[in-house]
Design a protein around this ligand. Sequence first.
Ligand SMILES: C[S@@+](CC[C@H](N)C(=O)[O-])C[C@H]1O[C@@H](n2cnc3c(N)ncnc32)[C@H](O)[C@@H]1O
Length: 289
Amino acid sequence: MGKERRTGSGPADLAAPEIAGAELSGAELAAAGLTAGLRAGYDAAADHWAEGPGLMYAPLATALVAAAPVPLAGAVVLDLGAGVGVAGRAALAAGARRVAGADLSEGMLRRGRGGSPVVADAIALPFRDHSFDLVVAAFCLNHLSCLEAGLAEARRVGAAIAASMFAPGWTHPAKDAVDDAARSFGYRPPAWHTVLAPGSRASDPEVLAGQAAAAGFTGVRAQVTDVPAGLASPAELAAWRLGMAHFAPFMRSLDAPGRAAVRRAAEQAVAAVAGTSPLVVSIVVLTAG
Ligand SMILES: C[S@@+](CC[C@H](N)C(=O)[O-])C[C@H]1O[C@@H](n2cnc3c(N)ncnc32)[C@H](O)[C@@H]1O
């Protein structure tokens, strides 16, 4: 595990040569490559996260924190997979005494404000047992190749958890529209994203609840809820998609006119399919003590 906890950015692919080591099994090597690709994607996405995906993730984080299973007043909170820290800020606004943010991506943490950011992998956290009253994990656990390991680690460091992921089957027409538009410019999804395909990143509430109970949590609830995320215009929806970590390295590889051309094509594609209703995201909220 320690071998995977590097802070340098690696190649955005499963075959991550500098991570390869004779002492690693094939599965460990694949997991290490996945971690490195993911980290590189989020590092690349960080600069423009707030004006793209961040517009969607902020209201989702607020909804998650509002569902916390313990009082936030005076609580010491871990924002796990903090990104730019929207869930931690929502916890502070709700009265939390202190928030630490942990994330694989140093780039995302650097874009956050306040808190105590720590570059760390959710499956090997650098905190003592029982350090936190609450672990908030907004769309972090759905990135793990081993969800059980993430839940066990959250259980070790925290007294309670509030975690979110996308509901099984939830999608939006802007996703395919932007994918297709970007592909026509040469975009290909990175291997880590293909491995964490949408189906495997969503969690069936019952399965998730069972895994949380197996990790030692009690009072487990996992419920699907719809959260209005506000985005409605083709420009906002295209910026959400193109700002995601699996697109970011591709967008950065283009010059300014190239990026503008992809954006235009993505907005046109979204306008053709998405209608004008504001985005509503169906999420699973896991809470437990
Ligand atoms: C979709 S973003 C969500 C960020 C933030 N929680 C929010 O709601 O805006 C997922 C975040 O999880 C982080 N992440 C993914 N896998 C991780 C892991 N194994 N350990 C820690 N952070 C991880 C990513 O770097 C990224 O910042």
